[in-house]
Design a binder for this molecule. Structure first.
Ligand SMILES: Nc1ncnc2c1ncn2[C@@H]1O[C@H](COP(=O)(O)OP(=O)(O)OP(=O)(O)O)[C@@H](O)[C@H]1O
Length: 214
């Protein structure tokens, strides 16, 4: 499977935040997006996930049995700064919603909900309302969302914020396993994800800001 981003340009407000950003990823590869605060990392990630429409360019996924020109967003999990869970619903209800809503992309199947809870070290509490959980537990269940539906591309925006060291390590293991199974990862993070052999893409921010820190 291959993800191809071609000549992406994105406007924020009146100005182009970036233009002509291109990259390709194949199964097993990870791309770490770097850059200072406000340089456009989240914007790029949201664009790849199909949540922001680019001014020009496109992101497609290709592979055996995938029709040509298929938008990559449909193959992506997006874990943003927020957990995207309803506080008043139970963990099980939240995960079940995402499992049905996202569905499985070609080539795999998601885990059962309890199995995913166990994989993030939190079995036995999926009956609790999400809002009752600690910040770290909530983030762990946000990670479990990546496991309940099969999507080959994981887009991760500061995924380990609010996590303790053990959860950091657990997440690194989940990411490594995903890559070993032929998945792809695009991550913006200031903390290492325990990945070796990653490529990096540095975002520069609005062109008019280039000398801002000089
Ligand atoms: N809807 C919007 N309208 C106008 N400007 C926006 C909008 N969304 C983001 N921006 C601007 O785009 C720039 C890039 O924001 P973005 O969130 O992508 O940066 P980032 O590199 O992820 O930052 P951080 O490291 O702080 O998370 C910022 O200057 C931000 O103010």
């Amino acid at each position: 499977m291959r993800l191809l981003a071609e000549n992406l340009s994105v406007r924020r407000g009146d100005d182009l935040l970036f233009s002509n950003v291109s990259f390709a990823l194949t199964g097993g590869e990870a791309l770490v997006v770097t850059g200072r605060n406000g340089s456009g990392k989240s914007t790029l990630l949201r664009t790849v996930a199909g949540l922001i429409r680019p001014e020009s360019g496109n992101v497609t996924i290709s592979g055996d049995g995938i029709e040509s020109g298929r938008r990559a967003g449909e193959a992506c999990h997006y874990l943003g700064h927020r957990n995207a869970m309803k506080q008043e619903l139970t963990v099980r209800e939240n995960l079940s919603f995402w499992q049905v809503w996202l569905g499985n992309f070609k080539g795999g199947a998601g885990m059962d909900l309890e199995e995913a809870a166990e994989a993030v070290g939190l079995s036995g509490i999926t009956h609790l309302p999400f809002g009752y959980l600690s910040a770290g537990q909530q983030r762990r269940f946000a990670m479990a969302k990546l496991l309940v539906a099969h999507r080959p591309v994981w887009i991760l925006d500061e995924p380990t914020a609010a996590l303790d060291v053990a959860a950091d390590r657990l997440f690194a293991t989940l990411v490594t396993r995903h890559l070993e199974r032929g998945g792809m990862v695009i991550a913006a993070t200031h903390q290492p994800l325990g990945l070796s052999d990653t490529r990096t893409l540095e975002m520069k921010g609005f062109a008019y800001e280039e000398d801002f820190t000089a």
